[in-house]
Write a protein that binds this ligand. Structure first.
Ligand SMILES: [Ca+2]
Ligand SMILES: [Ca+2]
Length: 652
């Protein structure tokens, strides 16, 4: 018995060694076509293929709306899993509708944006499939995990394609049961999304394995198993986990993984001959006149889940981050900032495009807040920061359009930590093209806290670069923790420290900041004004009023979206008015109602000065918003404006 066991183990080792070496014939060559970016199962299925030694993955193609973005997502996953050898291509022409959800954040990582991953091929998906099939005629299985658009295109463009394909595994269809595992059959997504393509594939006389809901319904990734992916600390599992946590679909079905398994592992073979045809509404009908396929009729779900997850979580080597250096201290955020560069409170979707890392949190928020941001998995945005296989959890906000700093840059934020007392704060210098960071230790976990840090204490990872200095343009505000811990971030304010004689307190909440130094009128700074350069000794740029339809000057600053007003809202600004000493200011919501107005008199003439306007909402007022600020100087005068700050003042 023992001898037999040893013999079997030796044979297995021999097979494995061969599989990893040159003898690729022992492995099953497959091409995967995927609509990754929707449900979680495409990422999981790719992970299963990559962690299965029996599989030789020859290429991945993407199908569906924004197929190119999906291809970049695959490129990142493959690169971080150490598989830059696998070519990727995306589908061209009309693609089935269905947007990528919040997983799009995975595509916006600088590793992708700055070409540190491999890139999609120039050739369309159908051509990549064709090239790979032609190189190995009759050997290659196509595993179709999305609508069959690309595969149909391959068959349309290349008459010899059917003779080159060994077989196609189609994840799709519903023979006797629907998504809930009960009759009746329903139109299944992958078939329904492109019925014409599915029909073209079904009549192409290629051996087909169909993996319908009859086999896959009910196969889910429960929370306990899901956490194994997160706890693995290995690059492939972490990438899959990252996509799973970004995915916005609550359903955790793993359909696509079954199709991948069906392509190479006979242990899941429950195949039965069926005749199928496809109805106009996308149902797969059992039809004596239909195409003969082998359909999967069942699945040992618990066993399959344990097997597939086991492979994913044990693939590759563990890599955890080292404890961060350059320890700094929390500082007092001080009095009213001399300038505010960046504000993000996550209470609106206005800057959602620039949430480069993190997921919206609305349950666990600090007092007075409505929403916060929860850290998700990511590699460091700095590609020079240590081991690229290591992941962190992070919240990252991109402060478009990259403001220039003053001499005393500070960062205020609210945070809640769990499972760690350490936090690393990092900032990218657009001017210098490198990151600097500082870290904090002994932070109090499990309660919302306020903190501020002195950003001039940041240094490059190798200690070079010197401190952040005046006029340096910055980008990507980053908060990192150990990936096993949790972090929530809210109320991020990047600002320059208060002047020594400042009496006003730090604002309770900041609604909007306008400084016009970088970025363009109409783009980053919408509204009616022109942007002009300051004369020395002032630096950078400001907004200048323009003539309205009646020839009189006015200045309208669009707030890029509705900003919720406080019971007391103030507007502080720098101005230079020429030809008068009065100003009407309107805080307006373009969508409704009368603007809040304020007339200011006795303004300084012809010299840059500071002013503040204040509005109080009636005590019974409901939520009120502003979408724009209109500054209306008297007839015949012009107004210049800078460093606009709309805020709720500190409690007196
Ligand atoms: Ca899919
Ligand atoms: Ca300015």
């Amino acid at each position: 018995m023992l001898c037999r066991t040893i013999a079997v183990v030796c044979l297995a080792v021999l097979l494995l060694n061969k599989a990893n070496g040159q003898e690729s014939k022992l492995r099953v060559p497959i091409l995967i076509d995927t609509d990754i970016g929707g449900a979680i199962d495409d990422a999981f299925a790719l992970g299963l293929a990559l962690s299965s030694p029996e599989v030789e993955l020859l290429g991945v193609t993407t199908v569906g709306e924004a197929a190119e973005d999906r291809a970049w997502m695959v490129c990142r996953l493959l690169t971080h899993a150490g598989r830059t050898d696998v070519p990727v291509a995306f589908g061209r022409g009309e693609q089935p509708k269905g947007p990528i959800d919040w997983q799009i954040q995975y595509r916006r990582h600088p590793a992708v944006v700055w070409s540190r991953t491999n890139k999609p091929a120039a050739a369309p998906a159908a051509e990549l499939l064709y090239e790979q099939l032609k190189a190995r005629p009759g050997e290659v299985t196509i595993v179709a995990l999305g609508p069959l658009t690309n595969v149909a295109q391959l068959l349309r463009d290349h008459a010899d394609a059917p003779s080159l394909v060994k077989q196609i595994v189609v994840m799709g269809g519903s023979l006797a049961v629907g998504y809930d595992g009960k009759p009746p059959a329903v139109p299944e997504w992958n078939i329904k999304q492109d019925v014409a393509a599915a029909r073209a594939v079904f009549v192409a006389k290629i051996p087909l394995i169909v993996v319908p809901l009859d086999a896959t319904a009910g196969l889910r990734l429960p929370a306990a198993q899901r956490s194994q992916l997160f706890a693995a600390g290995r690059p492939l599992a972490t990438q899959v986990a990252n996509l799973i946590e970004l995915c916005e679909q609550p359903d955790q079905s793993l359909f696509d993984a079954v199709a991948v398994a069906a392509s190479f592992d006979p242990q899941w073979d429950t195949l039965a001959e069926r005749q199928l045809s496809i109805a106009d509404d996308g149902r797969t009908l059992v039809d004596p006149a239909g195409t003969s396929v082998r359909a999967m009729t069942g699945l040992r779900r618990e066993e399959f889940l344990a097997w597939s997850l086991g492979r994913l979580v044990s693939h590759g080597e563990q890599a955890w981050p080292a404890s961060p250096g350059n320890l700094s201290q929390v500082v007092d955020r001080g009095r009213f900032p001399s300038r505010v560069y960046v504000v993000e409170d996550y209470d609106s979707d206005i800057e959602k495009r620039w949430w480069l890392c993190g997921k919206l949190e609305s349950a666990d928020v600090p007092s007075g807040s409505r929403r916060a941001c929860r850290a998700v998995l990511t590699q460091d945005f700095d590609d020079r920061q240590g081991d690229r296989r290591v992941s962190y959890r992070a919240v990252i906000f991109n402060p478009v359009p990259g403001p220039p700093m003053g001499p005393n840059t500070r960062l205020a934020f609210r945070y809640k930590l769990h499972g760690t007392d350490r936090l690393r704060v990092q900032l990218f210098s657009l001017s210098n093209g490198y990151h600097r960071y500082l870290s904090l230790a002994n932070l109090k976990p499990d309660e919302w806290q306020s903190a501020a840090v002195d950003m001039t204490q940041m240094r490059c990872p190798d200690g070079t670069g010197g401190p952040l200095s005046a006029d340096e343009r910055i980008d990507d505000i980053q908060f990192y923790i150990d990936p096993r811990a949790e972090l929530l971030i809210d109320d991020v304010v990047l600002y320059d420290a208060a002047a020594a004689d400042e009496k006003r307190g730090f604002p309770q909440r900041i609604l909007f900041t306008g400084w016009f130094d970088t970025g363009k009128q109409g783009q980053e700074w919408p509204g009616d004004f022109e942007i002009a350069a300051h004369e020395k000794p002032r630096t950078w740029k400001f907004a200048r009023s323009v003539a309205g339809p009646n020839g009189e000057h006015r200045l309208r600053v669009d707030l890029r979206g509705p900003r919720r007003l406080a019971a007391v809202t103030e507007l502080a600004f720098d101005y230079r008015i020429t030809g008068g000493d009065r100003l009407r200011i309107e805080l307006a919501d373009r969508r409704s109602g009368q603007p809040l107005t304020k007339d200011i008199e006795g303004l300084a003439r012809d010299a840059w000065s500071k002013a503040t306007a204040r509005w109080e909402l009636p005590p019974d007022a409901k939520d009120a918003f502003a979408t724009e600020i209109r500054l209306i100087p008297p007839a015949g005068t012009t107004l210049e404006l800078d460093n606009l700050l709309l805020y709720e003042p500190a409690n007196q």
